[in-house]
Structure formats: structure tokens, C-alpha cells
Design a protein around this ligand. Structure first.
Ligand code: PLP
Length: 398
């Protein structure tokens, strides 16, 4: 095969579509555990986990072994839902076993946004209603349905018209929940807003939201694409608020670094996709066998290595060691934290300095004064402390 003579940095510039004028552009050699190794021989501590994906670190040996085993058996054999594939059916069983009994039927997708698309369609089909309620500052993905329920005008406006009949309510506002009514097919929310700047609503709001959905027959969809799989200090964030959704959407950390999404509901609700017409929702690659094999291994690692508890300890370590007058607030739960700085300029300078010092930090999509802290849940304590020292030094430079 003829190899392109140009280095990947150049190919990145000439041939890859960019989504901003200033991509970070780190040139990756490999990644292992909490480290990303760059082509220039340096390494960075990964404090964002590929945006809450690499929760068990990069290339966990158990995941690598599961992937290799599956590679030796089969790759894609049929579109979703027709053949019995051991790892796909097995992961559906493993996943539903760690969820409340109502959430007993899993539909696999490739990505998070696709999981939300499926959930929105399912709610419309099951309820025969079309109105949808979502919240300001939310993020649910970039395909047309998910974007329709994403609560940030700046991202929605260029693509209007989107889905009609979507109403946005203020987040964490109990009185506003009265707008959910018997025309509402579904209410979609992140239990903790991620891209909105790591915003934790009250348990009381969650409970009233659940009550209001039950009163009106609207299906409650929790988008746990970012909060799921131990990130917030419980396997799923909804456990901490004492409420269960009708539909749960998942992705990111679930595949242990492989692409996999899911929406999970009851057998009764999920049954809406079987008839009128049959095959109401199909996908070619959803629940890819290699991704499902990786996901089974990932869930075992989270359980066997007690990573849910580890997320809680990460929060205390960060809150007690990362203290500086320039930090207005650290908010969030577990290993899903946002460090709010004075302004966007300082945030940009600090993240740049940290990268120079070997620590990769992130931003959130809707809030430019918040630094995202989302390390792998199995990051060693000493490595996290080293990263915190780099952040403190970067703040001190100001
Ligand atoms: N929902 C939430 C809460 C997210 O954070 C994201 C991605 O960041 C998505 C949905 C979209 O997921 P994906 O990028 O896999 O489509």
C-alpha cells in the first residue's frame, strides 16, 4: 500500500475537518492508565479522560484482553437486534442487573447522541404525544433531535428549524416544573449538567420532577451519558437523588474506550418499537460486539476495583488540596468537578500553562470560566497530587 509521505500533523491540517480554529492539536503516540504519551517524547497526565470516557484509564488490561478475545471470534455479523451475539446479550444482562428492576431492557447504539435520539423517539411512540420539555443550559448531543432539546441558543440557532414543540424550562427551578403537562411526551435532563458548567440541582427538584412526570404521564429521560458508570460517586447519578427515570441514556465511559451507547427502559415501554411498524428503530452498528465485550470488562473493572468509592475519594483529595484564592468555587460530585475561575481569560491561561506543565485539563462547552476536572477513576493518589501541584503553580503565576 502506498503510504502518504506527509506527517500526521500536516495531514491533520490539510485533510481533517476541524470544528474550531484552534484545536489543541496534541500529537498522540500512545496512552496508558492516566497518561497520554506524545510523539515528541513527553507525557501528560490526563485529567479529562477524553471527556469522561476513559474512566478506568487508557487501555486497561482487562478491556484489552476482552477486545482481543472478541476480535478472534467475530466482528459485525448483522444489523442490531436480529442475531444472538454472546457479548451483546451478555452486556445487556450485566447492565440491567446493576439497574433498578424497571430499567430491564437495553437498546444499544454507537454514541451518546444516538442514544438520546432513540429515547426521544421511544417516548413519542409510547405516549403518542409530541411535546418535549428540556432545560436551559443542557447538552444532549449534536444530531438534530438531541440538538432540539439542547438548551443553548447559540448552538441551536444556526440549525433552525429543529424539532417543533420543545419547551425549555429553567434548571433546578421547582415552580417551573408545572409546565410539564398531559401533552408532554417526555422530559429530558442530565441529573447533573456537564457542559453547562457542572451544575448539581437539588434532590428536592429531582423528586418533584419525578412526581410531575408521573402525574402527567410524561416519560422522564435521564441523560447519564456523562455522569454514568461511577463518575459522580455512585454507579449512576440518579441513585444519589432518590429517583428513577423511565428511560436512561448512556455512552462515554460505558465502552471503556470503545464506542457504545444505550437507552434503557422497561420491557413495556421498549415494546413500542416492536409494532406499528415493526422495526420502528434500527441501527446497523449499535451494540458492536467488540464494544460490548469491552463494556462487559469495563463494568467488571469498575466493580472489582471499587472505582465508585474511588470517585468519592478523588473529590475529597481535590477539594482539600486544590485551594487557591483565584478559585471561586469547585462544584460537582465525585470525579465530575468544575473549577470556576474569575473569568474566561484566566481559565484559558491556566489550562494552557497546565498543558505546558504536563497536565491536560478541559473546558465545558457552555461555560468558559469553568475548568473541567474529570480524571480516570483509578488515577493514583500521587499522580493526582502531582497534577494538583501543577494547577496550583499555574494559578500562582497570575
Ligand atoms: N449527553 C451528554 C450529557 C453529553 O455530555 C454528551 C457528550 O458530551 C452527549 C450527550 C453526546 O454524546 P456523543 O458525543 O457520544 O454523541
Amino acid at each position: 500500500m502506498k503510504r502518504d509521505p506527509y506527517p500526521p500533523e500536516q495531514q491533520f491540517e490539510t485533510s481533517l475537518a476541524w470544528t474550531s480554529d484552534e484545536p489543541i492539536g496534541l500529537v498522540i503516540d500512545r496512552a496508558e492508565g492516566s497518561y497520554i504519551f506524545l510523539k515528541d517524547g513527553s507525557r501528560v497526565i490526563d485529567l479529562i479522560s477524553g471527556i469522561a470516557v476513559s474512566s478506568i484509564g487508557h487501555r486497561h488490561p482487562a478491556v484489552m484482553a476482552a477486545i482481543r478475545r472478541q476480535l478472534d471470534r467475530h466482528l459485525h455479523v448483522m444489523v442490531y437486534g436480529e442475531f444472538v451475539q454472546e457479548e451483546q446479550a451478555g452486556f445487556a444482562a450485566d447492565l440491567t442487573a446493576v439497574l433498578p428492576p424497571e430499567l430491564c431492557s437495553a437498546y444499544f447504539t454507537m454514541t451518546g447522541t444516538e442514544a438520546n435520539e432513540g429515547a426521544l423517539k421511544l417516548a413519542k411512540k409510547y405516549t403518542s404525544r409530541t411535546r418535549m420539555v428540556a432545560f436551559s443550559n443542557s447538552y444532549h448531543g449534536d444530531t438534530q433531535g438531541s440538538l432540539s432539546v439542547t438548551g443553548r441558543d447559540v448552538y441551536r440557532k444556526p440549525f433552525l428549524p429543529l424539532l417543533p414543540n420543545v419547551e425549555f424550562l429553567p434548571f433546578d427551578d421547582i415552580a417551573a416544573l408545572e409546565a410539564i403537562n398531559t401533552d408532554t411526551a417526555c422530559v429530558i435532563t442530565e441529573p447533573i449538567q456537564g457542559e453547562g458548567g457542572i451544575i448539581v440541582p437539588s434532590a428536592r427538584w429531582h423528586q418533584r420532577l419525578r412526581e410531575r412526570c408521573t402525574e402527567t404521564g410524561a416519560l422522564l429521560i435521564f441523560d447519564e451519558i456523562q455522569t454514568g458508570f461511577g463518575r459522580t460517586g455512585s454507579l449512576f447519578a440518579f441513585e444519589q437523588f432518590g429517583v428513577t427515570p423511565d428511560i436512561l441514556t448512556l455512552a462515554k465511559a460505558m465502552g471503556g474506550g470503545m464506542p457504545l451507547g444505550a437507552f434503557v427502559s422497561s420491557k413495556e415501554i421498549m415494546g413500542a418499537f416492536r409494532t406499528d411498524p415493526p422495526l420502528s428503530h434500527v441501527t446497523t452498528f449499535g451494540g458492536h460486539p467488540v464494544s460490548c465485550a469491552a463494556a462487559r470488562a469495563t463494568l467488571s473493572v469498575i466493580q472489582n476495583e471499587n472505582l465508585v468509592e474511588r470517585a468519592v475519594r478523588i473529590e475529597s483529595q481535590i477539594r482539600s488540596h486544590l485551594v487557591h484564592p483565584s478559585i471561586a468555587e469547585i462544584r460537582g460530585k465525585g470525579a465530575m468537578l468544575g473549577m470556576e475561575l474569575r473569568d474566561a481569560g484566566l481559565t484559558a491561561r491556566v489550562t494552557k500553562r497546565c498543558l505546558k506543565g504536563g497536565v491536560l485539563l478541559g473546558w465545558t462547552l457552555h461555560s468558559d470560566s469553568v475548568v473541567r476536572l474529570a480524571p480516570p477513576l483509578n488515577i493514583e493518589e500521587a499522580v493526582l497530587d502531582e497534577a494538583i501541584s501543577v494547577i496550583l503553580a499555574a494559578l500562582q503565576e497570575n
